[in-house]
Design a protein around this ligand. Structure first.
Ligand code: UT7
Length: 327
């Protein structure tokens, strides 16, 4: 039995933070940001809101679209690096807020690859026959951990995310294959130093600004270009797909140049490469479900879609699926 995505939902907050706005905060320019990343603006959440609120908005769209009740959900997985709290899991909070009283759930931490890791994990519960309805969310409130005095990182990230519903599928569509990878030796180049058990919060960690994202951009860029392109090519070769066979690439939106390199390696025409980085920036676990949300109307039943991501950890991977419905 295969697991198929049967509905998608997404959410970004209303407040726009444009490149021009950032010019007032740090020494940067709209020209630099657009030419180096492809980003024009990103969204930021209001104070007093959290990652669970992104998930709730997305999930409520799904419940309405599918005409189902939250009590029918078996499992909720939330991929995020910005959980509402260190514990309990954001998945529990989402379940409580939507009224999924029959579900269990957990959070999954794989940074920008989080949605792919969570999608593959959720699919296993459907494939095994254990569950019939699994919600997979990918969402991050990156503004909670971004230093708006650091031009290396603050221009990149934004808030938002989305969710998908996984259900059993008895035709040839659904999630077909995945290749997921990790290499913890890359942790030095992209991490949040303090706040965990290694460096619990103290006045010193706050003063040293260690609760913000630290990224060595150039190094991460090199690993991202190589690994995301390679894993996407690998999943095509493993499934005997040529560039002509692939209908769409939904790649993690970290940098237009990384997405372009992946698309070239996959030998894809430009119109098959879905892009929304210009509007939302890098929403970490949120980018791929946000692509589904924005481009759902383009997808037709049976379309061959390749998902690809690279992120902190390092983590990376690719998923091959056949879209399961016409919207
Ligand atoms: O999402 C998870 C994984 N993350 C990624 O995939 C991100 C990967 N990395 C990147 O996308 C790129 O490395 C960045 C967009 C972060 C940076 O672009 P870059 O082309 O690698 O720039 P750079 O870090 O090599 O910096 C080039 C120059 C430097 O100045 P010098 O040393 O050449 O004088 C930086 O100081 O650009 C400077 N710079 C900036 N200038 C204006 C760095 N950030 C900015 C900025 N505005 N915001």
């Amino acid at each position: 039995m295969r697991a198929a995505i049967t509905a998608v939902g997404g959410y970004v907050p209303d407040k726009v933070l444009s490149n021009k706005d950032l010019e007032k905060l740090v020494d940067t320019s709209d020209e630099w940001i657009q030419s180096r990343t492809g980003i024009k603006e990103r969204r930021v959440m209001a104070e007093g809101t959290a990652t669970s609120d992104i998930c709730v908005q997305a999930v409520n769209q799904i419940l309405e679209k599918r005409g189902i009740s939250a009590t029918e959900i078996d499992l909720v997985i939330v991929a995020t690096v910005t959980p509402d709290h260190v514990f309990p899991a954001t998945a529990n909070i989402v379940s409580d807020k939507i009224g999924a009283t029959n579900a269990w759930g957990f959070d999954l931490s794989a940074a920008c690859s989080g949605f792919l890791y969570a999608l593959d994990t959720g699919a296993k519960f459907i494939e095994s026959g254990k569950h019939k309805k699994v919600l997979v969310c990918g969402a991050d409130k990156m503004s909670a951990i971004v230093n708006y005095e650091d031009r290396n990182t603050c221009v990149i990230f934004g808030d938002g995310g989305g969710a998908v519903l996984l259900e059993p599928c008895d035709d040839e569509n659904g999630i077909i294959d995945s290749i997921l990878k990790s290499d913890g030796s890359g942790r030095a180049f992209l991490h949040q130093k303090a706040g965990g058990s290694m460096h619990p919060p103290t006045h010193e960690t706050i003063d040293a600004r260690e609760h913000y994202v630290h990224q060595e951009g150039k190094t991460v860029f090199k690993f991202a270009v190589t690994n995301m392109a390679e894993v996407s090519r690998d999943i095509m070769d493993k499934n005997n797909l040529t560039g002509d066979d692939v209908d769409y690439l939904c790649a993690h939106q970290a940098n237009l140049r990384i997405i372009d390199a992946t698309a070239r390696r996959m030998e894809l025409d430009d119109e098959k490469v879905l892009i929304n980085i210009e509007r939302y920036g890098n929403t970490t676990a949120g980018t791929i479900p946000l692509l589904f949300w924005d481009f759902e109307k383009k997808f037709k039943k049976g379309d061959n879609i390749v998902l690809a991501a690279f992120g902190g950890g390092f983590t990376w991977g690719s998923v091959y699926l056949k879209w399961a419905y016409n919207s």
